[in-house]
Ligand binder design. Structure first.
Ligand SMILES: [Zn+2]
Length: 725
């Protein structure tokens, strides 16, 4: 016996067997079609539609059930589908849920022809003892031999399979215990529908689409079969007297039958469905029904976190039982997380061999990388497709953090030789006062770093509070890798060993303060790595773990929109210069001259003040800033507020480039002439499809524009050569 929820459906290619049932007292046959011939042994009627003219004369007569020689009535019922098969339906109330209903309406006998083990039982006559599929084969052979098999046709049917064993489910009549659900569902619907923040006895389900599923299921709930024929579980608390089979339900083993007083009792051998027992989990684990201290303190709990695949099996039922037994909703919020799927999108399954072994992946990529990877993909409402690529990228991130820390400590060793101590630069009390000023002012990049840090902290806290773990993980990633490593550390590198001890000390202090905050932000996602590195920084006496330290909180005093805007502009200039180098495939280490012109004096001053940094980060030999337009020729990038130039002679061999441009212009010229000729050819334009002609016209214009651009470049280059020589 299993629950509808544990049944999966699958389309399979099968057959329809057409079997002829002789009609008693006539020479006629009534042909029925079936997908499961073996069930015919339990037939107790044949049904036709009352308005079916083909069979009107047979209604009320009897048919002989082949192989069993049992006379069964031919009945009329409106629910018979005239279109299916022959329009005549064999009725097997003990082996089909629809036939069961039909049998009830017509007072038909229910003949169960199978055993618990899906073999034919004594009711199956000559087939008793055979497996159901062996019996099917024999029955079909016997019908054929007796000339009672009209035909066999191919038929696709949706068959029901057991979710676990994948064997075909056999519908079979049995007596089971049911739990009435409508009354239990009503308060559970109310609790979720009436949710409002802080409102007693209401439950918030996230993500939203699961809330809708929950309500749909609850509104359409059916009574729940709760007895199971298993070896272990909570035993059904029902006893039968041997004399009369009266039922006595009791909390404790009863001494007598409640109806007849017999002491000859036996307990129902079945156990409760596992979910029927585990729905008590929120309160039974706390000592309920006793009013224990744990129950008083921890019930209801705040948050239930589980996979969405057991929303109905478990979560919905815990809510119903919590409300029923304690009068209170068992939790305030239900967060249903994604499932992890394999790279090809399959659900992991041990039996299919599609499972990824988390222990093996941890060994391969690192536990922190695995955890970070899962968190960064945990967008609500979508499953996590776990692949080697994604794990590898998380491992790279872990390595990046480790290498950044190593860089800091190696450089600190050098700095300490000048008399500084880690304690003075990075003790908790020192970190708390960051950012520090040098020469009376917090350096621009340090102000910017702390502004970025506080907005990251803000964003991460907000994302975590709203169960958007992927956003939190991605925010920390961007801060640590992008802001802290790629920009801040690269920017202050020379200052860390600067002869200007004040600037160096300030850089170290600010750096450690930001590093410590970043570790704490990262801790929920990468617990092991951050714990290890955190202990390498000075901590308060007796501090045991980063997990017990405070999670970072946003600091209003760190906000700085001026520093944020100014640094964004410098980053943009550096990024554009790098892109210009990359476009011309310049050696990453080759220093190039570059110029910027802008009519904005504040912009010019900012870039002049930071000229050294721009030169270092963009690998330049010089960086000139002008107020008038760029005078020379070269590779030029223009924006609304400034223009950038790298002179041609710095990035190319002018003579080779002139030759290349000439060749290219000539090639385009040939192409342009040939396209022109074709478009001038009336014969062609008349015969060719309209869109071909149109596209050729467009291509011609594009080629002409391209050529014009190259000609301008050539002219510039030849001009600069003439000036230079
Ligand atoms: Zn009794």
């Amino acid at each position: 016996m299993l629950s509808d929820l544990e049944v999966v459906h699958e389309e399979r290619q099968g057959h329809l067997w057409y079997i002829k049932y002789p009609v008693v007292g006539t020479k006629e046959f009534l042909t029925v079609a079936t997908t499961r011939p073996e069930t015919m042994l339990g037939d107790t009627a044949v049904a036709v539609h009352p308005e079916d003219e083909r069979y009107r004369h047979l209604m009320g007569k009897k048919a002989v059930l082949p192989l069993m020689n049992r006379e069964i009535p031919i009945i009329a019922d409106k629910l018979v589908d005239r279109e299916f098969g022959t329009g005549a339906l064999k009725v097997t109330p003990a082996h089909d849920p629809n036939d069961f209903e039909l049998g009830k309406r017509h007072n038909l006998a229910e003949i169960d022809v199978m055993t618990d083990g899906a073999h034919m039982n004594a009711n199956a006559g000559a087939y008793a003892g055979m497996d159901r599929f062996a019996a099917r084969k024999k029955i079909v052979e016997d019908l054929k031999a007796q000339g009672l098999l009209e035909k066999i046709s191919d038929h696709t049917n949706a068959i029901s399979l057991c979710e676990r064993s994948k064997t075909a489910v056999e519908p079979r009549i049995s007596t089971q215990w049911f739990c009435k659900m409508k009354g239990l569902a009503a308060p559970a619907i109310k609790a979720v529908e009436e949710y409002a923040p802080g409102k007693e006895n209401t439950i918030y389900i996230i993500p939203e689409n699961r809330r809708t599923e929950y309500l749909n299921w609850m509104y359409n709930i059916r009574d729940w079969t709760i007895s199971r024929q298993l070896w272990w579980g909570h035993r059904i608390p029902a006893w039968y007297c041997k004399e009369n089979r009266h039922i006595t339900v009791a909390r404790k083993t009863p001494a007598q039958c409640a109806t007849c007083g017999s002491s000859n009792l036996e307990q129902d051998p079945d156990v409760l469905d596992t979910w029927f027992s585990s729905q008590l989990w929120p309160f039974s684990t706390l000592g309920w029904p006793e009013e224990t201290a744990d129950f008083k303190k921890y019930y209801p709990t705040t948050l239930m976190v589980t996979g969405y695949d057991i929303l109905f099996f478990w979560v919905a039922r815990m809510i119903m039982m919590g409300l029923h037994f304690t009068g209170r909703a068992p939790f305030r919020t239900v967060y249903l997380h994604s499932l992890v799927r394999t790279g090809s999108g399959e659900k992991m399954s041990k039996s299919k061999g599609t499972g990824l072994d988390p222990v093996a992946l941890n060994q391969q990529y690192g536990t922190d990388a695995m955890r970070f990877c899962l968190a960064s993909m945990a967008a609500p409402g979508t499953d996590i497709i776990l692949s080697d690529d994604k794990l590898a990228s998380s491992r790279n991130f872990a390595n990046k953090i480790w290498n950044a820390a190593r860089f800091l400590f190696v450089n600190l060793d050098k700095f300490e030789q000048g008399g500084a101590k880690l304690e003075d630069l990075a003790a908790p009390g020192v970190r708390a006062k960051a950012p520090y000023a040098a020469g009376g002012k917090v350096p621009l990049v340090d102000s910017w770093l702390f502004a970025r840090l506080t907005s990251t902290i803000d964003m991460v806290n907000d994302a975590l509070a709203n169960y958007r773990f992927h956003e939190a993980a991605q925010g920390v990633y961007q801060f640590f890798w992008g802001d802290f490593c790629d920009w801040y550390i690269e920017w202050v590198k020379p200052e860390l060993q600067s002869a200007d001890r004040e600037r160096a000390t300030v850089a170290w202090k600010n750096l450690f303060a930001a590093f410590d905050a970043a570790l704490r932000l990262l801790h929920p996602f990468m617990p092991f790595l951050t714990e290890e590195l955190w202990h390498q920084l000075p901590q308060a006496a007796g501090a045991k773990s980063i997990a017990l330290d405070r999670f970072p909180e946003a600091q209003a005093r760190w906000k700085n929109s001026t520093a944020t805007d100014e640094l964004a502009l410098i980053q943009e200039v550096v990024t554009k210069l790098r892109a210009m180098r990359a476009e011309k495939r310049q050696d990453a280490k080759k220093k190039l001259p570059a110029e910027l012109s802008s009519s904005n004096p504040a912009l010019r001053k900012l870039l002049e003040d930071n000229s050294q940094v721009v030169q270092r980060l963009a690998v330049l030999s010089s960086f000139e800033v002008f107020s008038e337009g760029l005078k020379g020729t070269g590779m030029i990038v223009q924006t609304a507020i400034y223009d950038l130039r790298i002179p041609f002679e710095a990035i190319i061999d002018p003579l080779a480039e002139i030759a290349r441009l000439k060749r290219e212009i000539e090639r385009l010229e040939k192409d342009i002439q040939s396209k022109k000729a074709r478009l001038d050819d009336e014969d062609f334009t008349r015969k060719a499809p309209e869109n071909v002609v149109k596209n050729m016209g467009i291509t011609l214009v594009e080629r002409q524009l391209e050529q014009k651009k190259l000609k301008a470049q050539l002219e510039q280059l030849e001009g600069s050569q003439a000036v230079g020589h």
